[in-house]
Design a protein around this ligand. Structure first.
Ligand code: DAH
Length: 349
């Protein structure tokens, strides 16, 4: 094959190259160790002397022709390959994103935490007590002896005979705390927790519900200390215009005993659905700790006095979030949790 033919064939082949691998194959074919152009070099010895120069120049020309085409094609193919890669790996940022749903805190838990926070700011400790309780703590040491009619309102679930039960109130934690305190003062605790009663579930009753118990024991504690304390808590939860009112009541472990009402935060006392047109809402039972309870738990009632209160957590949350069915807290419908969570966020905006 003469050199002109070789050049023509080479240029044709180069023109048809479509990828880098083929291009490299051509490089081997022409410039490799046994490549066609390389081999021309070794033929130079057979060329007559007077033609050697021209022959050599032609071979070199061929080589640089190949090389310049090769370089150009190579950079074009590399660029194409890169562009293809970029196109295939491209992320379309105009696509709408997949929404990731975030969990929201349970509103009941949120309300309890708010009460805990304000009480802790007044020096209270948050304590726990067992849900499986002894009759002794749930009733007897709270001044409710066996056979007392007050037990009827707190009928609960019994686990073993008549002594072990699911606590019907968080008040036994008062007794447990004082026994642990061994007469030391001040006693200042709140205890949020689950309680149980043999109630049929409906919009305002549940066999399982939550209370937030509070107890303070110190010197010269009176009903007005209780009122001031409760006032701080309700103002934090329901707004600073809300007022507290005590109504006489009866509990076996407090004397005197009161029902705690707050002025309706919704209608400001004018009368609305939430307060059933009375202007007031009952949110807790409370009172001055009965001397018998102090004595049974190791505190001399002639020296020490105290107050106690028990909030219904669901009731407070229902009022605060305008929920009309207690079962909302215990079913697992995320839409409801979301709904109330959003309400909260809006309130804070
Ligand atoms: N334990 C009471 C109940 O379940 C509520 C209560 C009333 C708690 C008065 C108290 C209190 O600490 O002083 O009905």
């Amino acid at each position: 094959m003469n050199m002109d033919q070789l050049q023509e064939e080479m240029l044709q082949e180069l023109e048809q190259v479509t990828d880098l691998k083929l291009l490299n194959d051509l490089r081997v074919k022409y410039l490799g160790k046994k490549g066609l152009i390389t081999e021309l070099n070794s033929e130079i010895k057979n060329v007559p002397n007077e033609e050697k120069k021209e022959f050599g120049q032609k071979v070199n020309g061929l080589r640089s022709l190949f090389q310049s085409h090769y370089d150009e094609i190579k950079s074009r193919l590399e660029e194409e390959e890169l562009n293809q890669k970029l196109a295939s790996e491209a992320i379309d940022i105009s696509l709408p994103s997949t929404r990731v749903y975030q969990g929201a805190p349970n509103i009941l838990e949120k309300l309890i935490e708010e009460v805990e926070e304000v009480c802790m700011s007044m020096g209270y400790d948050v304590v726990d007590g067992p849900e499986i309780e002894e009759d002794k703590y749930n009733f007897e040491m709270l001044n409710i002896p066996k056979g007392h009619p007050a037990r009827d309102a707190q009928d609960t679930f019994y686990l073993e005979g008549e002594e072990i039960l699911l606590r019907s109130q968080t008040s036994p934690v008062q007794v447990r705390t004082m026994l642990k305190g061994k007469g030391e003062v001040p006693v200042r605790v709140i205890c949020p927790g689950k309680t149980y009663r043999r109630d049929d579930d409906d919009a305002t009753h549940s066999h399982q519900f939550m209370q937030i118990e509070g107890l303070l024991v110190d010197k010269d504690i009176s009903l007005s200390d209780l009122k001031g304390t409760i006032d701080v808590i309700v103002k934090k939860l329901f707004g600073k215009d809300v007022e507290t009112r005590f109504r006489p009541s009866y509990y076996q472990f407090t004397e005197p005993s009161v029902e705690v009402d707050i002025s309706c935060f919704n209608c400001k006392g004018k009368g609305c659905n939430i307060c059933k047109h009375t202007g007031w809402i009952t949110i807790a039972g409370a009172g001055v700790v009965h001397p018998n309870v102090l004595r049974m738990s190791g505190y001399d009632p002639d020296v020490w006095s105290g107050f106690a209160f028990g909030f219904g957590a669901e009731r407070m949350a229902m009022l605060k979030y305008d929920i009309n069915d207690l079962r909302v807290f215990y079913n697992t419908d995320l839409r409801e949790v979301k709904h109330f969570d959003r309400g909260e966020l809006e309130n804070h905006d």
